[in-house]
Design a protein around this ligand. Structure first.
Ligand code: PLP
Ligand code: NAG
Ligand code: NAG
Ligand code: NAG
Length: 398
């Protein structure tokens, strides 16, 4: 590291560290993927359970998965569930859930096959949002104001302005928590303002929940916005991914929650969903859904899983606190409070494209051109090096 006191020219001829900060997956303090201990345990249970087989699952998915007792997205006591107007489609990851929702909306929302209904995604957002909706046939995918680069936080006024001025019936994709890529979520008070306008203007809410548990370490807290919108009576979709919070990236486990006006509507929606799934992947895979369902349906395994999620969230929080402290100790120009104010896996550092290039070319620290870093790429071993490199980039490159 630069602090070793080596002559700079000499030191610069060696690659001290190669630091990968662009992925969207969790890494341990040894920069390794992590198989959650609870997942390992459940996988062994599955191997030894002779009642399980590899028959096709139903089109809409594994029943225990679709209805998991814990109901982690909406909450056990959700009136919408009690009123039988909530359905679920087991999907191929969060991406599959977004895709099934988008295909349904294009066919049946705001006039059949209406491809001109505007779909709004946050500026910036996970790049795939644009493409998933465009490929489902929507011709008008637009950004809504979200990130204020100047203050490195939420542009609430801009966001509310877009909600007020968009065409009626527009579809809005909202990140349920731990916004990718900015790490900036609305506060509960701000969500209330957003919901008020969306309700008044009859806009369609499509939540994307890819990081439940990662924002705060607490599942309930991270589902607050979803539950609040449901409590107001919105008809909506919620695409839920288990890739991150179960570490099941390659098993493709997702769930599309459908909240309908009433039980009758739900039945109609689910029957159309079945047709869309049938022509897309026929029936979903079982292994990942089994792992999730077994875990969520056992109080013991459920609490063990919550501990595993907290382990991941806590490591991210620790890296945030340390990175901010180190930059402040170095006297790096600018304010760095946003590092700890932002939540979830990602941080928008505020580094400009030239500074990012410096980090990559000179420091072998790989991050997104937008300045987004995955906090899990930081470890107790490389964090000094990364902080010193950010300091150099900020002080030497304008
Ligand atoms: C905001 C957001 N939505 C959805 C997904 C997709 O998740 P999955 O891997 O489960 O398809 C991701 C993955 O990075 C994401 O960041
Ligand atoms: C899938 O969504 C449904 C509807 O919201 C919910 O009842 C169920 O618990 C979800 N499944 C999982 C595994 O979270
Ligand atoms: C399609 O959507 C646009 C935009 O919301 C709307 O103006 C138009 O009336 C819709 N068309 C039909 C046939 O409903
Ligand atoms: C949508 O358009 C296709 C092709 O024009 C048509 O076959 C289909 O029936 C339409 N669906 C609905 C719900 O109107």
């Amino acid at each position: 590291p630069a602090s070793s006191g080596w002559p700079h020219s000499l030191y610069n001829n060696f690659i001290q560290f190669v630091v990968e900060l662009f992925s969207t997956a969790y890494r341990t303090d040894d920069s390794k993927p992590w198989v959650l201990p609870v997942v390992k345990k459940v996988e062994k249970v599955i191997v030894h359970d002779d009642t399980l087989n590899h028959e096709y699952l139903p089109i809409l998915g594994l029943p225990e998965f679709r209805s998991s007792a814990s109901k982690i997205a909406l909450g056990d006591d959700s009136p919408a569930i009690q009123e039988n107007r909530v359905g679920a489609v087991q999907c191929l990851g969060g991406t599959g859930a977004l895709k099934m929702g988008a295909e349904f909306l294009r066919r049946f929302y705001n006039g059949n096959n209406n491809t001109t209904t505007p779909v709004y995604v946050s500026a910036p957002t996970w790049e795939n949002h644009n493409a998933v909706f465009a490929n489902a046939g929507f011709e008008d995918v637009r950004p809504y104001k979200y990130w204020d680069a100047e203050k490195r936080g939420l542009d609430l006024a801009g966001f509310l302005g877009d909600l007020e001025s968009c065409p009626a019936h527009s579809i809005f994709v909202l990140h349920a928590c731990a916004h990718n890529p900015t790490g900036t979520d609305p506060t509960q008070e701000q969500w209330k303002q957003i919901a008020e306008v969306m309700m008044r203007r009859k806009l369609f809410v499509f939540f994307d929940s890819a990081y439940q548990g990662f924002a705060s370490g607490n599942l309930e807290k991270d589902a607050w916005a979803i539950r609040y919108f449901v409590s107001l009576g919105f008809e909506m979709f919620c695409a839920q991914s288990f890739s991150k919070n179960f570490g099941l990236y390659n098993e493709r486990v997702g769930n599309l929650t459908v909240v309908a006006r009433d039980a009758d509507n739900l039945k109609r929606i689910m029957s159309q969903m079945e047709k869309i799934v049938r022509t897309t992947w026929s029936n979903p895979p079982s292994q990942g859904a089994r792992i999730v369902a077994i875990t969520l349906n056992s109080p013991e395994l459920f609490s063990e899983w919550k501990g595993n999620v907290k382990t991941m969230a806590d490591r991210v929080l620790l890296m945030r606190a340390q990175l901010k402290a180190k930059l402040q100790a170095l006297g790096t120009p600018g304010t760095w409070d946003h590092i700890t104010e932002q939540i979830g896996m990602f941080s928008f550092t505020g580094l400009n494209p030239k500074q990012v290039e410096y980090m990559i070319k000179e420091k072998h620290i790989y991050l997104m051109a937008s300045g987004r870093i995955n906090m899990c790429g930081l470890t107790t071993k490389n964090i000094d090096y990364v902080a010193e490199s950010i300091h150099e980039a900020v002080t030497q490159v304008q």
